[in-house]
Design a protein around this ligand. Structure first.
Ligand code: FES
Length: 146
């Protein structure tokens, strides 16, 4: 079972509880918006709940992949076997989405290049490194605390 599956089950329970409360209260205190607020999107972004961002097996050794965290684009790299690091994929120049390349990250807008292991600027107009994102690997899954 994955943490995501576990969260989904909890979300269903939360939604079910809200629906039961609404039925018991004659639907007077729980609006549809209230039910949504307790739904999966809020439950999965509760601040510190770890989120699966990638499977370790999907990240090439010496390479990287694109992924998302809370709907935002990120880059997940494996510079050496079992060593995982992640960065925001938002370019520090003007906010374009940076793409994984050969051992580096490439911005398609103005050709900034970033080191695939450190996020540091290699070349281009980008003024600063990509923002690091804390991740860890558990059971072959890359998890980030949002
Ligand atoms: Fe990335 Fe300009 S937005 S180089």
């Amino acid at each position: 079972m994955t943490p995501t599956a576990d969260l989904s089950r909890r979300a269903v329970i939360l939604i079910g509880s809200a629906g039961t409360a609404a039925a018991l209260a004659g639907c007077s205190t729980v609006s549809p918006a209230g039910v949504e607020a307790g739904g999966p999107s809020t439950a999965s972004t509760g601040g510190s709940a770890p989120q699966e961002v990638a499977k370790l097996a999907d990240i090439p050794i010496g390479g990287s992949i694109s992924a998302t965290l809370d709907g935002k684009p990120i880059l997940v790299s494996q510079p050496t076997e079992g060593s995982i690091i992640a960065f925001s994929a938002i370019c520090t120049h003007q906010g374009c989405v940076v793409k994984p390349g050969e051992g580096e990250f490439d911005c398609p807008c103005h050709q900034s290049r970033f080191n695939g292991a450190t996020g540091e600027v290699i070349d281009g107009p980008a003024p600063s490194p990509l923002e690091k994102i804390a991740v860890r690997v558990t059971g072959g899954v890359v998890l980030a605390d949002s």
